[in-house]
Design a binder for this molecule. Structure first.
Ligand code: SAH
Ligand code: SF4
Length: 370
């Protein structure tokens, strides 16, 4: 890439400074560009009227903002969960989800979490995951990850709301696309760029051990979630067929080291699947495995996909949670959000592909919310 091309969203603020210098512009332009992109949320430099017109034209050609196109959306009636299918310049499609929550205890600001994709498709092949079933297409670039967050930042703006959290829990395995994921995290959390708190970012991984180790040494305060799903290797390898032997123990050990090095408590995600990993025996084995760690368990009742697995009944989910708590394990059950809009990542895209044959109505947003 030469000095005059590429996407602006890819650049760290120090690199923006450098680029501004290379373009022969005065240093203060860097601040104007960063504010135009991340405060004003401009979709093109044309909109940033604090810049001279000829410069706007030049930047649109040489250092464009280039937001992805929204191909399709699905929303719950109250728009507390909104899912977008986004298309990048080369036609690649990914899903991004916005989840909105009221202020805690009725005070403060409403919260809005954006769930970003880091790859188109995924090579890990988890049997219950719609993305895993489509296979791997390509890694996303940092600017494409940043642009997903900005997409919903723009959506929230007419409501006077902001993105408060970002979770790397969309399509793909973030730590299998380590460098681009980290670059996106640094841009999203840089005070001169998007400016989120590091603690407001969580990376979820199916267990790329070298990636967890590396992340622990970045000097960041981002949260880590490990997708465990099973209390033993035999069961885990059934659900995550690409997991190496011994992955359960090694994943727990990596989580403990992450905790020690960063001070951040790690979450273990456990997708509950009826008749597969939801027995009280499984809960007991899980409690035994996690004893002595302060890993927090997040139980996720399965969002059924085409694979034929089912979600356990609510009573079974709460029995599993109760059993864990009784054995001293901290756990929460993920609030069900957006099941009706195919909210499990990968599902909207799968539905869109299928609807080429069988039309499937998907709710679109009321125009007042756009
Ligand atoms: N690849 C990473 C991050 C993306 S998946 C990972 O696996 O952690 C984010 C979370 O969604 C994971 O915990 C994953 O197991 C979960 N998930 C995938 N498909 C799901 C489904 N159909 N229902 C519920 N959770 C699902
Ligand atoms: Fe990939 Fe995560 Fe889906 Fe597994 S659950 S296939 S790692 S996106």
């Amino acid at each position: 890439m030469n000095a005059g091309s590429g996407s602006f969203y890819r650049l760290l603020p120090e690199e923006v400074d450098e680029r501004v210098r290379l373009l022969g512009l005065p240093a203060y332009r860097a601040r104007q560009l960063l504010e135009g992109a991340y405060r004003q949320l401009a979709g093109s430099w044309e909109e940033v009227t604090t810049l001279p017109l000829d410069l706007r034209r030049r930047l649109d050609a040489e250092l464009p903002l280039r937001p992805p196109a929204e191909v399709r959306t699905a929303s719950t009636p109250e728009a507390d969960t909104v899912k977008a299918l986004l298309r990048f310049a080369d036609g690649t499609l990914v899903e991004t989800v916005l989840m909105r929550y009221p202020p805690r205890e009725g005070r403060g600001h409403p919260r809005a979490t954006v769930c970003v994709s880091t790859q188109a498709g995924c090579a890990m092949g988890c049997v219950f995951c719609a993305t895993g079933q489509m296979g791997f297409e390509r890694n996303l670039r940092a600017e494409e990850i940043v642009a997903q967050v900005l997409h919903f930042a723009r959506w929230l703006r007419p409501l006077g709301q902001h993105v408060t959290n970002v979770v790397f829990m969309g399509m793909g395995e973030p730590l299998a696309n380590y460098a681009e994921t980290l670059r996106a995290v640094r841009i999203l959390t840089h005070p001169r760029a998007f400016g989120l708190a590091q603690r407001a970012v969580t990376i979820s991984t199916v267990g790329v051990l070298s990636g967890i180790e590396k992340l622990a040494g970045e000097g960041l305060q981002v949260g880590l979630a490990i997708s465990l799903h099973a209390p033993n290797d035999a069961l885990r390898r059934q659900l995550v067929p690409t997991a190496a032997p011994g992955s359960v123990e090694r994943l727990i050990a990596a989580a403990r080291r992450y905790r020690e090095r960063t001070g951040r408590r790690v979450t273990a995600e456990y997708v509950l699947i009826e008749g597969v990993n939801d027995s009280l025996g499984d809960a007991e084995e899980l409690a035994h495995l996690l004893r002595g760690t302060d890993i927090h368990v997040n139980l996720i009742p399965l969002n059924p996909t085409a694979a034929g697995y089912r979600r356990p009944a609510p009573s079974r989910v709460s029995a599993f949670a109760r059993a864990l708590r009784r054995m001293g394990i901290n756990c929460t059950v993920r609030r069900e959000k957006g099941t009706e809009i195919s909210a499990a990542c990968g599902q909207l895209r799968t539905d869109a592909a299928r609807s080429a044959v069988i039309p499937e109505p998907v709710a679109t947003l009321p125009s007042t919310q756009r």
